[in-house]
Write a protein that binds this ligand. Structure first.
Ligand code: ZN
Length: 173
């Protein structure tokens, strides 16, 4: 079933009509089977829905919405560098010893990655280049999709998931 807001042309009476389909509505309308419940008129049409009033395809102005003199106020977040979500947890109910361990782990990971180069989403490509000897073997870290990870492992490339998420250098500060 489908419901249309209908209106009669004679008295502008609005009412709802239920139909099996849009076609069903067209057929009943063409056959004059739809009557206005207020005045009995069969000059019926679909009422324009309120949220659509005034919204028509080509009414957008081509003028920019604001003056362009404030360019320097544009925030870095709008410059096209995607932000990576951090993984967070509330510390309620996590025993202090684990919090301490995680803290140590975070420090260990940071230490471990000091000699490693952040390559971001280039990781799969760069890991391959190193594996196949196209590039010097330097430690790198970055991001890869689950599919990429599977493919890299299938190719026998040694990679490991980092225990903690890494904030890309660009997103720091
Ligand atoms: Zn009417």
């Amino acid at each position: 079933m489908i419901v249309f807001d209908l209106i009669c042309r004679d008295g502008s009476h609005q009412f709802e009509g239920w139909f099996g389909s849009s076609d069903d509505y067209e057929k009943q309308l063409a056959a004059g089977l739809i009557d206005c419940p207020s005045c009995g008129s069969s000059a019926i049409e679909k009422a324009v829905m309120a949220p659509n009033v005034g919204v028509k395809g080509n009414q957008r102005t081509s003028l920019p919405p604001a003056s362009s003199s404030n360019r320097e106020n544009i925030e870095p977040a709008q410059s096209g560098v995607p932000m990576t979500d951090q993984s967070l947890a509330t510390t309620v109910s996590i025993p202090a010893e684990y919090q301490e361990l995680i803290g140590k782990l975070a420090k260990a990971q940071t230490k471990m990655l000091e000699q490693s180069k952040w390559v971001g989403s280039d990781f799969p490509e760069q890991a391959r280049a190193i594996h196949y000897g196209e590039k010097d073997a330097t430690p790198i870290h970055g991001t890869a999709s689950a599919d990429d990870v599977t493919e890299l492992q299938d190719e026998g490339i040694d990679i490991m998931p980092l225990p903690l998420p890494v904030t890309p250098p660009k997103a720091q500060n």
